[in-house]
Write a protein that binds this ligand. Structure first.
Ligand SMILES: Cc1ncc(COP(=O)(O)O)c(C=O)c1O
Length: 350
């Protein structure tokens, strides 16, 4: 295996030089471009995701020219939005001298950040140890183990807070063994979305975005993106999505009122909160697959449901942007896919 730091140079976004200078003119004769000596690396593929238009689900708002657009974060290399935060936190750790090859990366995760760390650990040569609630979807735990990372399962009744408290105990017991990014309290998490997601949304809508709607786990996606969009245009309305009850099935998101507040959360960025019931999130997740051909996870369904609620009240011409956090392939064993299938036929299609 290559030394982790050597591997990280490419991952930091540095372009790998081709063997020869392509297209340089020598004495008037063009030189044939030379193929790059090496290709891209897996971490180079993080971010710059497409912005998809939800054609069918936004149809009820078309009469007032309201568009609903969604960042296809499931196209990140490990399949979720969390690649952005994980990459930023690991690079930040290396930059600050906190992460070196002798240390294992350790953190609490509801699954997706764990998959990102596990993929990056495999690519860069770091050991990865993850604390996660035992009821996290089996697809996620399996994927983490395939990347060679270790999983410590925590009390499912305590949810993401149980994993968070357990990992803090492990780090306290032997701090020198670990690099602990602490995704709930690490500013590099939100910064990844300020520099990436928020900038991309602004550029991809040519500054026409009027609303940003997203759920919160660590709150990194919402906080960083909202902060960037408000810096670009303070009039952008930024709406946080919340599960309607402490006991919910919107995996990856936290019911903030009943759980530990993430340190990176910034309430001043929330112009409003849209509550979504799990059943509605399930329904919209199914409709994303059946009516848009987008196979996304349940938090994506919650985000799109909230974007549709925002569209109801939005003034004509609004451009509402939300996030498709991960792929439905992480939830194939969930029963909710089966409910309601017969209701949806081709009649729904336009
Ligand atoms: C599926 C899913 N959706 C949404 C989120 C929330 O993202 P953030 O932690 O940036 O708030 C997460 C976070 O783990 C997630 O796994």
């Amino acid at each position: 295996m290559m030394h982790a730091l050597e591997n990280l140079e490419g991952a930091a976004g540095g372009t790998l030089e081709p063997d020869g200078a392509a297209g340089v003119l020598t004495g008037g004769a063009p030189v044939e471009p030379v193929a790059p000596r090496r290709g891209a690396r897996i971490l180079d593929l993080v971010g710059e995701t497409p912005l998809l238009e939800l054609v069918t689900l936004s149809q009820p708002y078309r009469h007032k020219d309201v568009a609903i657009l969604a960042k296809a974060e499931f196209l990140n290399p490990s399949g979720s939005v969390k690649d952005r935060a994980a990459k930023a936190m690991l690079l930040d750790g290396v930059g600050r001298g906190l992460l070196d090859i002798g240390k294992a990366v350790i953190d609490a995760t509801s699954g997706n950040t764990g998959i990102s760390y596990a993929m990056m650990g495999a690519a860069l040569g770091y050991r990865v140890l993850l604390y996660m609630p035992a009821n996290t979807s089996p697809e996620r735990k399996r994927m983490i183990r395939r990347f060679g990372a270790e999983v410590v399962e925590t009390d499912p009744l305590l949810g993401s807070d149980g994993a968070f408290l357990a990992v803090r105990e492990a780090v306290k017991a032997s701090p020198s063994r670990y690099f602990y990014p602490d995704q709930y309290n690490n500013p590099a998490n939100a910064q990844a979305h300020f520099d990436g997601t928020g900038r991309e949304v602004w550029e991809q809508t040519a500054g026409r975005v009027t609303h940003f709607v997203a759920g919160m786990g660590t709150s990194g996606t919402f906080t960083g993106t909202a902060r960037r969009l408000k810096r670009e245009n303070p009039a952008v309305r930024t709406l946080a999505v919340q599960p309607s009850s402490p006991f919910h099935g919107i995996e990856g998101t936290k019911h903030m009122a009943s759980t530990i507040r993430p340190g990176i959360m910034d309430e001043s960025l929330q112009d409003g909160v849209i509550e979504i019931e799990t059943e509605l999130a399930y329904e919209i997740t199914r409709r994303l697959a059946l009516q848009e051909g987008i196979f996304a996870g349940v938090s994506s369904g919650a985000n799109v449901a909230a974007a549709m609620k925002a569209a109801e009240d939005a003034p004509p011409g609004s451009v509402i942007v939300t996030v498709l956090c991960d792929s439905g392939s992480r939830y194939t064993s969930d029963r909710f896919w089966e409910v309601g299938e017969p209701e949806y036929g081709f009649d729904w299609k336009i």
